[in-house]
Write a protein that binds this ligand. Sequence first.
Ligand code: NAD
Length: 251
Amino acid sequence: MQTILVTGAGNGIGRAITTHFHRLGWRVAGLDRDSEALDELREAIGTDSGLFPTCDVGCESDVERTFGEVVEWLDGDPLDCLVNNAGIANPYAGKLEELALGDWQKWIDASLTAAFLVTRAALPLLRRAEDASVTNISSTRAVMSEADTFAYAAAKGGLDALTHSLAVSLGPAIRVNAIRPGWIETGPWQKSAERSHPDHRPQDCKQHPAGRIGRPEDIAEAVAYLHTAAFVTGQHLNIDGGMTVKMIYEH
Ligand code: NAD
């Protein structure tokens, strides 16, 4: 039985990835700082093949403490797949002149610092696997922006750079790739207190050549693909329904 560890597993895309791999028969470890969301996931998946520790993955001491638990749980088995998914979903920081250093740091820590801390802690466990993979969940915002989203864009650009640098440093035993999701509707994958099923405007769907907004399941399937894609490493895969290749001019 293979094992995957997903950060930010409690809600949204992370919850969908964790559920997808559980359904494929994997053992799953899901980390999140939202303990209420983790309780629901533990209830749904069970503890026979799941571990769901509360952890702020941007905090070094928390990551070290949590990996103590993960090592014990694995009991000498390898970690086959790591997904650095945690991040602050809302990209809007407001005006640059009003952006406090502490607020900037929140975006950087949740995406970029967390990926460094968690990959470093997971390394000895990944090295036990015959063919290990790391997937970092970046964003199309690593390469394009709306106004006033500085810290989010910088965190994801940094994550893309960390991805190719880790691929070069950790290969051939460990492959490292990034997925850049576009607009993914996570309402149906939130914890029950915050779950929603919004309708999307026709013009928002039309902006995507694929004809719809993305689903968390689309990202989970891409993680599964990257795990088995033996000759793919250091890459950044846009999963955005074609949104980033479409010009915005109306005819
Ligand atoms: P979400 O808010 O639904 O889920 C994110 C989860 O990460 C939450 O459960 C949250 O508690 C957890 N988390 C955040 N910071 C954490 C920390 N420091 N330690 C532990 N857990 C933490 O968001 P989502 O939309 O599912 O986003 C998941 C990832 O996908 C993020 O990295 C986000 O930037 C990226 N992404 C999302 C979209 C989108 O349209 N939804 C688009 C591009 C990229």
